[in-house]
Design a binder for this molecule. Sequence first.
Ligand code: DC
Length: 227
Amino acid sequence: MSKNIVVAIDGYSSCGKSTLAKALAKKLHFIYVDSGAMYRAVTLYFLRNNVDLNNPEQVAEALKNIHLNFHSRDYETHITLNDEEVSHEIRLMPVSQNVSPVSAIREVRKEMVAQQQRMGQSKNIVMDGRDIGTAVFPNAQVKLFMTADPKVRAERRYKELLPNNPDITLEEVFENIAHRDYSDTTRKESPLVRADDAIILDNTNITPEQQLQFALDKVEPFLKKQA
Ligand code: DC
């Protein structure tokens, strides 16, 4: 097989990046990596162990003790933190509310980016996140930058969260999204920006099927080259 294909999907919180990434990986039989799950798992460890984000020694020590692994089953994200399955817990509000400051720490990013780059070294892969097309895989063959109206994003996320968080309100979800958009785009370390060569995909008014077809059309020429 000639060089592996990397599809980088970046964009704002709750834009459906993972829905698209999963569907694409499944259709193409590529590996799927949810890079946000890694920052979430690190956040969970920091919360459980009361790691002081402003203390570089504590952060470095914590990073040494964190071992993350993905177990790919049915293209859903199954991630373990030191061998404990945490896929459910990393989606709950305590992690969502604390993940932005953790993902803004330079040492955390350095470690996560190195791990992500190893995963995309030799296999066809779809990875979604905030800095995949800019920092992790600047040479990715296909880069998509996803966006959607923030109100539409909040409604979609609210519906997704409600079954596991019965007390949650739409306002709370909207606030969390607005806050994360702000911190993700204004942080010093690898802020969320569109790579110059990334294709914008606004899915406010299109269906998941339409966006999948859009992405497949972008990958197709590279599959032909690889064949
Ligand atoms: O995609 P998500 O909402 O699960 O990501 C959780 C947080 O992690 C988000 O607030 C930004 C951060 N993140 C990041 O900084 N870089 C990535 N590549 C992926 C996520």
